[in-house]
Design a binder for this molecule. Structure first.
Ligand code: SAM
Length: 527
């Protein structure tokens, strides 16, 4: 039985590679065969590429390729867990935090940028260290110098761990170069730009977060998640251990803390208010950029596929609630000229949001088709007064992307109830968030699935793979625990989301997702 399962998993991998190759062949330019991008070759998104290189990279987002890739990841993980000695698997998983810290260090120390400038031959750790120290800053978001007794030996060990885990290549002993995986974290900034950011400021106010301006937000996202102060991130809330949260986190003092985040930072503020404290200015800026990077969780432009925007009437208004710097609103307004988008957020975010955008979107801001307003989403929604449209008291769509997962159910209910009170009969609520699935499926669910992988279960009943595609989707389940630690919130299962929206008078009518993806756009209408 087990050998049959091993072979079935092996077959899944082979079939999925066939599926990927078919797409690459079909899309190859005439007379040429498009190769699958090599892990050894960096791909810097800000660099110049040949049309073939760009296409080969872009095809990873092709729905058939993305779905096949997920099956390969799921099968490889299941296969390696089956055959790995249990002790090794167990210890690797328990010690995985070391790897996460190493990636955080790679980003914070600008090593990807240093190695980009070094080129394919790489750089010896001694020279890497010299540049790391030269670029090191003393900001709140970087480790203070006295806690980093970094030597070339330390550095080579950290980088070797990363190379062994398929980030970086060790070209010759102690000489490291970027590979495709590490190049993905590249901010695109030159070392001279990074040095310039330091020079422009005083010693005590250096601004490493400027590194994230005009980037795709991936480095910023790594910085947010791997922030060295966020060590509580791996800890589930104490309630899970049967202790009341207050007893477990208040350290015997008199002040109860609502979450482990509050305990760790010794604050009674919620995360977003804390982020606005003057000493967290760099973190706030980085967070805004990181949200642009969060787009990588979804298929490219997923918000465009997640809703039938083209069916909205001329002058329809999308309200992007808690929309941050407005990355989704921009995308929708850019693609659909008949839509106006208003991004609502906290005052401090709104006051700097427009300046986060380069000339590419200037026409949307100048024409007023994208605008911002300050609104606390726990307060009542009030009509908008827009230059071209006049008074808008019934928006067409309320978008909540990556908002629900920040809040516990009672708070989400308050947010949704405010939106429900402002909704007209045709107003849609669109939620963009992970939609977790159970790690099992019933016969009825298998029978009802359409087989495309766009509905759960993501595989057919005879597949050896888990119905939620296991490790291929584990990011969603990691984020779930991260949200518990940071906000006492969570990612939600489809059933949990349905119950939550219904509690505020919204009924889910559609879920759209890329095949096999845990990320979904969920549409609800007033009950
Ligand atoms: C995780 S971010 C998501 C941003 C954006 N929706 C996106 O997908 O890129 C959550 C956003 O909620 C905003 N936010 C937090 N509390 C808020 C409140 N009480 N009222 C309005 N916005 C709030 C934050 O400032 C932040 O921009």
């Amino acid at each position: 039985m087990t050998f049959a399962t091993l072979r079935a998993l092996h077959a899944v991998i082979g079939t999925a590679i066939d599926d990927i190759e078919r797409v690459y062949i079909e899309r190859s330019p005439q007379g040429d065969t498009l190769e699958y991008p090599s892990l050894d070759e960096p791909y810097y998104h800000t660099a110049q590429h040949t049309p073939e290189e760009e296409l080969a990279e872009a095809l990873k987002d092709d729905p058939a390729v993305a779905a096949a890739s997920k099956r390969i990841v799921a099968a490889c993980a299941q296969l390696s867990t089956t055959v790995n000695k249990p002790w090794f698997r167990l210890m690797e998983d328990v010690m995985w935090a070391q790897f996460s810290s190493a990636i955080g260090f790679l980003e914070a120390a600008n090593i990807v940028e240093i190695l980009r400038e070094a080129g394919p031959g790489g750089l010896h750790v001694q020279e890497i260290l010299r540049l790391v120290l030269e670029l090191r800053t003393n900001s709140k978001t970087a480790a203070p110098p006295e806690t980093v007794p970094l030597t070339p030996v330390h550095l080579s060990h950290i980088l070797r761990l990363l190379a062994t885990g398929h980030y970086l290549c060790e070209v010759t002993p102690d000489v490291f170069a970027n590979n495709r995986a590490s190049s993905y974290i590249d901010s695109g900034k030159t070392l001279s730009q990074l040095r310039q950011d330091r020079r422009l400021t005083t010693l005590t106010t250096s601004r490493p977060e400027k590194k994230y301006n005009n980037t795709d937000g991936v480095a910023a996202y790594v910085g947010v998640i791997a922030d060295t102060d966020f060590d509580y991130r791996a800890q589930p809330p104490p309630e899970l251990f049967g202790q009341p949260a207050e007893d477990a986190v208040n350290g015997g003092g008199n002040t109860p803390y609502a979450t482990l985040f509050n305990f760790t930072f010794n604050t009674q503020l919620d995360f977003f208010s804390w982020l606005e404290l003057p000493e967290n200015e760099g973190r706030l800026m980085r967070f805004g950029h990181a949200m642009a990077g969060s787009g990588q969780c979804e298929a490219k432009d997923a918000v465009l596929q997640g809703f039938s925007w083209e069916e909205l009437p001329q002058g329809a208004v999308l309200v992007d609630v808690g929309g941050g710097i407005g990355s989704q609103a921009m995308l929708v307004a850019q693609t659909h000229p008949h839509i106006h988008a208003v991004v609502e957020d906290r005052e401090q975010v709104v006051s700097t949001a427009a300046s986060a955008w380069g000339p590419q979107y200037a026409h949307l801001l100048e024409s007023g088709r994208v605008s911002w307003r300050t609104r606390d989403f726990f307060q009542a929604w009030s009509p908008l007064d827009l230059p071209d449209l006049g008074l808008v008291d019934v928006p067409a769509v309320f978008l909540l992307r990556l908002v629900m997962h920040d809040w516990k159910d009672e708070d989400c209910n308050r947010i949704l109830t405010r939106l429900r009170a402002a909704a007209g009969p045709d107003t849609k609520l669109l939620i963009g968030d992970m939609l977790l699935q159970h790690a099992c499926a019933t016969d009825a669910e298998y029978a009802a699935a359409d087989g495309s992988g766009a509905t759960f279960p993501f595989v057919t009943k005879d597949s050896p793979l888990m119905p939620n595609l296991g490790v291929a989707n584990i990011l969603g389940y990691f984020m779930d625990l991260f949200m518990m630690g940071v906000f006492d919130a969570k990612e939600r299962t489809a059933n949990e989301m349905a119950a939550l929206t219904l509690s505020a008078g919204w009924k889910i009518v559609e879920v759209r997702r890329a095949p096999g993806s845990i990320w979904a756009y969920t549409t609800a209408v007033p009950v």
